[in-house]
Design a protein around this ligand. Sequence first.
Ligand code: HEM
Length: 477
Amino acid sequence: MDAIYFGWLGLVIGFVLWWWNEYWYIIPLKFKCSKSATKLPPGHMGLPFIGEMISFLWYFKIVRRPDDFINAKRHKYGDEVGMFRTHLFGTPSIIVYTPTIHKFVLHSEDKFKAEWPTIELMGRNSIVAVHGKAHMRVRNFVTNAINRPEALNRIATLVQPRMVAALQSWAQMGKIKARFETQKMTFENIGKLFFSKEPGPFLNSLDKLYQDLLLGVRAYPINIPGFAYHHALQCRRKLDDFFGMELDNRKNKDKVETIDLMDGLMQIEDDDGDKLSDKEVVDNIVSLVAAGYISTSLASTWAIYLLAKYPIVLKKLREENMAFRKGSPEDFITPKDVSNLKYTNKVVEEVIRMANIAACAFRKVDTEVDYKGYKIPKGWNVILLLRYLHTDSKNFKDPMNFNPDRWNEPAKPGTYQPFGGGQRLCPGNTLARIQLALLLHHLSIGYKWELINPNADIIYLSHPAPVDGVEVKFSKL
Ligand code: HEM
């Protein structure tokens, strides 16, 4: 009798929990929709509070097939409009996964606002935090500082010595974890390019501050001692102190030469002759380092991994780069050489496509939107699954195959968005591409390497990477 009673009770509780979010979020909206011709996108809102997080984590963390999260939904609800409703990261959300709707969302900044949950860590004046005209203004400064021709020319000159030194030291070690070593090399180059600091104990301490800051960006914003977010805020304050002092030192110099990104941010003037305020310079240099650090180093890690997996690609890459080799493998190449390295540039794109470093982009719906007869409710999140564009066989033939030759033809419009799009298109994309091409040059002409665990699993959270950190045997050619 008891067993039957508890069985029924369990069923009833299960039923209520399963449908709770639907009643809570959807029924009021459906009532509104019934008065208009629009309807909500298909989908399910999951359990109270956690929504569909279990399913998301199941695909991303446990079975490690992230794209099947969407495939399962496509299978269940069909492919009508390229979006589903769900509840993820504590918020009712719409997931979008086709080029057309990605374009619509990325190019409608007035309707879909980029929003960071932990904005204090990036700074309220940072490019990622501001909107509308304020965003355009800061963005102009930032893109100008990074992408001025003289800034890009400097990149090639400044990053190659550290790259060459790092590769030589890897060969001496004989066995490395590429993820760890590329991270170290990237931060040393960022130190040089962005704020002219040489490798050493001080730069290492800044590196640690950034690593902890970035842990806080992905953590729940609980500002209590012992929590990652609280510690990240402390790191942020220390970074503010450092960059504030650096700014004062630079302002007190008689003659300021534009040598790095921070100088660029300090000096550039807009059409009205205005410069960024001190706070704006600090917030933006902090967030540029944060945005460029792990992303660029992961691209390098993936290049090492994929080239080891695909020796035929490495052979072609080597042949092309050998032809551009100057006197010795340690000699540097110029940005002009890079633009002539046609196959290398295809390898760069293919690494970035396969690596899917930024799996998603997030937006908050600012005003209710009707899209092709479907309602996207105000206040919900929109999650753009950038990675899914690159792994969908509708967009790329045999998508899981690392094939730089696919770039003999341009990608179909809207299918390749590793750097996002619209007004928030990554301003560091050229910098990231050039750095990767330079690394590919020096790697391919001077070194050989072999994966120690060729079948290592791939993890997808917080960033995609082989679980062993890409352990390789590394030596001179
Ligand atoms: C392979 C390397 C990189 C990848 C895959 C990448 C990816 C992205 C993506 C997808 C976005 C758009 C996010 C959104 O729409 O919400 C973005 C924005 C951004 N990225 Fe990158 N990024 C990379 C390297 C860099 C570098 C090197 C820098 C700095 C120099 C940088 C700075 C930024 C900034 C500041 C934004 C915000 C732009 C804005 O809000 O207007 N990124 N990045």
